[in-house]
Design a protein around this ligand. Structure first.
Ligand code: ZN
Length: 297
């Protein structure tokens, strides 16, 4: 599956830029992707994307890597089932209109499975997709109620070891919340039964129910609640959690039209009421990442 995708990717890259102008590098024993990237003056992300390497630590001795020489300006993406143009664009950090115009698409609703799109990038490294295809597929099963969602509120669980299933039980049985899990999404830190960065889609999102994560009724009606597992008063969120959060925010913004200015944290929405999501969670850093729309030029 991976080999097929790489093969397809390479042939499309070659077609897309007329000729492959880069070098080829054969991975030697004890080499790392970082070391190879350094040697050729390219970024690790660029090598990953061009060579279809999802895990930079899984490098096989003898593998041929394509090294771009600066003339590569785009990489291909084959449309998979359940993907829309706006979702694909958001996952690469592009606007849907930019991606549509780059590919000469006048009707963004009419893309089809198997269609090849070209993802442009500028001088900076391209952004590899933030979310995996399986979670995108799962997210696509829910159609957000039009006009309902006005903001995204980020929380922490204030517990370092927990998972969504357990939180659901606690909210339902101890807090007596009829719909259980008060948040729409939970992003794991790898404790208990979930993987680090794993996104759990709660029943309230699947059913488009109000949240139960903030104090006022009106806020709960119109706010999407995302909870990251961890106590961020004492430790930082993991890198995988932050990547998933960025991907999820981009996805939800693309689907609901929520602007970045309405992506907030619990304590920013309700000052003086809570320290959630803790002093080690930086909303500013998240908003900075979300503001990058590559390529901007
Ligand atoms: Zn909170």
């Amino acid at each position: 599956m991976l080999r097929l995708r790489v093969g397809l990717m390479m042939s499309v890259v070659v077609m897309g830029v007329a000729a492959w102008a880069g070098h080829e590098h054969i991975v030697q024993r004890n080499e790392t992707l970082g070391g190879i990237a350094n040697r050729y003056g390219v970024s690790v992300k660029t090598l990953q994307l061009i060579n279809g390497l999802s895990n930079p630590n899984h490098l096989v001795v003898g593998k041929k890597l394509q090294i771009p020489d600066g003339s590569i300006k785009q990489v291909p993406h084959v449309v998979k089932s359940g993907e829309s143009l706006s979702v694909i664009a958001a996952n690469y950090g592009l606007s849907a209109s930019k991606l549509a115009s780059y590919n000469g698409i006048s009707k963004p609703n009419l893309i089809r499975v198997g269609q090849k799109l070209l993802i442009p990038f500028g001088k900076a490294a391209p952004l590899p997709p933030l979310l995996g295809s399986s979670i995108i597929k799962e997210l696509n099963r829910t159609k957000p109620t039009r006009g309902k969602w006005k903001r995204i509120v980020i929380h922490h669980s204030a517990t370092n070891v927990d998972d969504a299933e357990n939180m659901h039980q606690v909210h339902k049985n101890q807090r007596k919340m009829k719909n259980g899990l008060a948040y729409h999404f939970v992003i794991s830190n790898g404790s208990r039964k979930a993987k680090d960065g794993e996104i759990y889609i709660g029943g309230r999102w699947k059913n488009q129910f109000d949240g139960g994560h903030v104090k006022r009724l009106q806020w709960n009606k119109e706010s999407i609640g995302i909870c990251l597992i961890g106590n961020f008063e004492t430790r930082r969120p993991t890198a995988a959690q932050l990547k998933s959060l960025e991907g999820l925010c981009r996805y939800l913004a693309a689907k609901t039209g929520i602007p970045d200015s309405k992506i907030t944290s619990h304590k920013c929405l309700h000052p003086g009421h809570t320290v959630c999501p803790g002093k080690h969670f930086s909303l500013k850093d998240l908003l900075k990442k979300l503001a990058v729309r590559r390529p901007s030029s």
